[in-house]
Write a protein that binds this ligand. Structure first.
Ligand code: SAH
Length: 225
């Protein structure tokens, strides 16, 4: 899978996309992630990417032309399954959407900044608008990292132990059961006996029960879905 991220602050994306599982997924060829600096698509000396809003409100707005040039260039090189804009008024991101995106071949993620982006970009070029929650960030870069991270880790083969991604929260609409590691007792705090029993059928049954119990207690809305 290929992800192209368009931003005015490429520095913000460097470390989250180049460590741990995302780094390995790129090294093993499961994912390609490219960050494009919008300023490279400007045509003035000062590399201007923003301008004053019509109507005279406070704040600056991302200009059309650099975004248009960058997206058109990418589109001329390959077909994109989705051109995403990160926005607090988009659909709320969740595991279902991450799963959906992970099946795609090429996606673009456009990060907004300042007061937002000239609305015509959203009307004419964007195919999907995604919010990572009901709060406002300074820019879409962190949202793009959230999307890239959650998508890449479920590309088949990207995580060493593939089963591991399938037992995470929200797959099957259930929260994950608790996990423990050694020592089996610390400070008098014990790991549930069943996990030390070596009886895998019992362990699996316990994990299922715990997943249901925690989901009912903490997120009953998931079960109603
Ligand atoms: N004036 C805008 C917010 C601008 S915040 C409004 O009220 O809707 C600047 C940029 O940060 C946005 O264009 C968007 O790309 C990004 N952003 C902010 N909050 C976000 C969120 N919850 N999810 C995804 N992107 C977000």
């Amino acid at each position: 899978m290929r992800i192209d991220i368009i931003t005015v602050v490429p520095e913000l994306l460097a470390s989250p996309l180049n460590e741990s599982i995302l780094k390995r997924a790129q090294e093993s060829g499961h994912a390609e992630i490219y960050v494009h600096n919008l300023r490279d698509y400007t045509d003035d000396k000062r590399r201007t990417v923003d301008d004053y809003p019509f109507g005279g409100e406070a704040g600056m707005v991302m200009k059309i032309e650099p975004v248009y040039r960058c997206i058109e260039k990418l589109k001329s090189e390959r077909d994109y399954d989705e051109i995403i804009f990160t926005s607090p008024d988009g659909i709320t991101y969740n595991q279902h959407e991450a799963n959906r995106l992970s099946l795609m071949k090429n996606i673009i993620i456009l990060c907004g900044h300042y007061k937002g982006i000239d609305y015509r970009i959203r009307e004419h070029l964007i195919t999907r608008e995604i919010s990572i929650g009901d709060y406002v960030l300074t820019g879409g870069e962190l949202a793009a990292c959230v999307i890239a991270d959650s998508v890449v880790r479920i590309i088949p083969g990207a995580i060493g132990d593939e089963a591991s991604a399938l037992t995470d929260c929200f797959q099957d609409n259930l929260l994950a059961p608790p996990v423990y590691t050694r020592p089996a007792e610390f400070n008098g705090w014990k790991v549930p006996d069943v996990l030390l029993s070596g009886n895998f059928a019992e362990i699996e049954k316990w994990q299922d029960e715990e997943a249901w119990r925690r989901t009912k207690a903490l997120r009953p809305d998931l079960i109603e879905k």
